[in-house]
Ligand binder design. Structure first.
Ligand SMILES: N[C@@H](CCC(=O)N[C@@H](CS)C(=O)NCC(=O)O)C(=O)O
Length: 184
């Protein structure tokens, strides 16, 4: 069975959300990050960078939540066939984990970056219910998790972005979200 390594309230919940969406059986290996279990040789053999999440799928090891999301999507035939379409999906997952997460979470750049990023996403989500169109995809797990963290933990006023607020409401009501990130 796939093993997902994470800490309490960590980004492992993003991967866990997607595993629950696809009803994939997994074992959640909870590391005691407060005592530095993620820095111990046993875990560094899985992720030498010493961060969570990481997975073990048989003998295969993988870390970085975005890479793990795309691996799970591909393994379960959820990615589109054409190179161009698949690249658009990667674009969004990378955007979520780099540009969006940095722009919202890093305090020093938040004031400058957050309005630009949120205004762009407000426009995109005004066209369709999910990032890539009518259907919920792994891209919504990547982008949606970062957006859903905003009201949970960041001092960002989302009231100028009613479409984003509506999107957050839509994705956070999903049972798989409630069972994972939504559990707190
Ligand atoms: N970009 C990485 C971020 C991983 C990350 O920063 N994880 C945090 C927990 S949410 C961590 O392991 N922190 C422990 C540490 O830095 O010692 C991903 O999305 O997987």
């Amino acid at each position: 069975m796939l093993k997902l390594y994470g800490g309490q309230r960590s980004r492992a919940s993003i991967v866990q959300w997607y595993l629950e969406e696809l009803s994939i059986p997994y074992e959640f290996v909870l590391l005691d990050m407060a005592t530095g279990e993620h820095q111990q040789p046993e875990y560094l053999a899985i992720n030498p960078i010493g961060k969570v999440p990481a997975i073990e799928d048989g003998n295969f090891k993988l870390w970085e939540s975005g890479a793990i999301l795309l691996y799970i999507a591909e393994k379960h035939d959820k990615l589109p066939n054409s190179l161009e379409e698949r690249s658009i999906w990667s674009q969004w997952v990378l955007f979520a984990n780099s540009t969006l997460a940095t722009g919202l979470f890093v305090e020093a750049s938040r004031e400058k970056e957050a309005p630009k990023l949120l205004t762009a996403l407000e426009g995109i989500l005004n066209q369709t219910p999910y990032i890539l169109g009518e259907e919920f995809t792994v891209v919504d797990v990547a982008v949606g998790s970062i957006l859903a963290y905003v009201p949970m933990m960041l001092p960002i006023d989302l009231s100028p972005y009613p479409v984003i607020l509506d999107y957050i409401k839509r994705i956070t009501q999903r049972p798989a979200f409630q069972k994972t990130i939504g559990k707190g």
